[in-house]
Every structure is written in C-alpha cells, then in structure tokens.
Design a protein around this ligand. Structure first.
Ligand code: QAP
Ligand code: CO
Length: 165
C-alpha cells in the first residue's frame, strides 16, 4: 500500500516530470493510487502525494465510487467561469476551506492504455482535476488561503504528526 505525504512535507513541493512512455508500471502505479484513494477514502490523488514525481493523477467523484479516471500528463487547454468549492486534501487531513477556481475546463491527457484524448469537465470533477494538477506543480489548496490560515493549519498538522509518531 502506498503512503500519502502530509503537509508541510517538503516533498509535496517537488515538480513532477512528464511521462514519456506509458508502460505497464505506469498502469500499475495508477491502479495502486486508485486503491489508496478509495481506501482513504478520497475523491482524488496525485502521484506527488505518494512521493512519485511523475505527471499522473487519479480521481473518482461518482456517488457509487465506480467511475475511476486516470489522467497521464494532464494539461488544461481552456478554462472558463468561476466556482467556489469547499476543498480538502488527503495531504491536509481534517481541514476544508473554500477555494475559487475556473468552473469549466477543457483538457488533454493520455489514458492508462497510452492513448491521447481530450475531455471537458465541470462541477466537482473539474475542481478535483484542477486540484490534482496543482499537486503535480508542487501546489496545495492551502496556498490559496491567507498566510495566517496556512500557518495555523501547518502548526496544527505538525502537532498532530508528532503525536501520531
Ligand atoms: C481533492 O481530496 C478535492 O481532510 C481530493 O480527513 C477535495 O479526496 C477536490 C480527505 C474536495 C475538490 C473538493 C480529506 C479524506 C479527502 C480529509 C480528497 C480527510 C479525509 C480529500
Ligand atoms: Co490534494
């Protein structure tokens, strides 16, 4: 089972590299990430969060947890509108805050089978994909908050992490 890094771990700030060739081990990693995400449980996970610096994200925002999405080298091509969401993050356990992001996105990515495709997303799926792509660039949802709020979350999580060691 993969372990999920927690804020303020410096490894969450590393920038992920593009995947040049999709292989069986890429697909294996994606499947392991989906397992870790469902186990948590969560709706999205980026490779950066499991200490792998590769551009790979997974998510599933469906009610029945039966609609996994794997995106390799995801890239947003167009975005429009604005939406407010209470976001959380498996790397920032216990904290949820409102973040404003574009509402609709058009993106390109490569599938688990190695095929390039484009898709549109809106609603929670759009927000989740944007949140996960941020992870690949070393960015966390707490970066959208005031530095006072971010520092408070940092302090509380460090305390929690020391207690659970
Ligand atoms: C990103 O986050 C996301 O604090 C995915 O104690 C979340 O799956 C995008 C989780 C919300 C948009 C909206 C968080 C689980 C899961 C926690 C997650 C926790 C347990 C977060
Ligand atoms: Co996250």
């Amino acid at each position: 089972m993969l372990t999920i890094l927690e804020f303020p771990d410096a490894r969450l700030r590393k920038k992920a590299q593009r995947i040049e060739t999709v292989t069986g081990s890429t697909a294996d990693l994606a499947d392991q990430m989906l397992s870790a995400m469902y186990e948590a449980p969560g709706i999205g996970l980026a490779a950066t969060q499991v200490n792998v610096q590769k551009r790979l994200i997974v998510c599933d925002v469906s009610e029945g947890k039966d609609t996994p999405l794997i995106l390799i080298n995801p890239k947003i091509l167009e975005q429009n509108g604005e939406t407010e969401t209470q976001e959380g993050c498996l790397s920032v356990p216990g904290f949820y805050e409102t973040v404003i992001r574009p509402e609709k996105i058009l993106l390109e990515a490569i599938s688990r089978e190695g095929n390039p495709f484009q898709m549109e997303a809106e609603g929670l799926l759009s927000v989740c994909i944007q949140h996960e792509i941020d992870h690949l660039d070393g960015k966390l949802f707490v970066d959208y908050l005031s530095s006072a709020k971010r520092q408070l979350i940092r302090k509380k999580l460090l305390k929690q992490q020391k207690l659970s060691r």
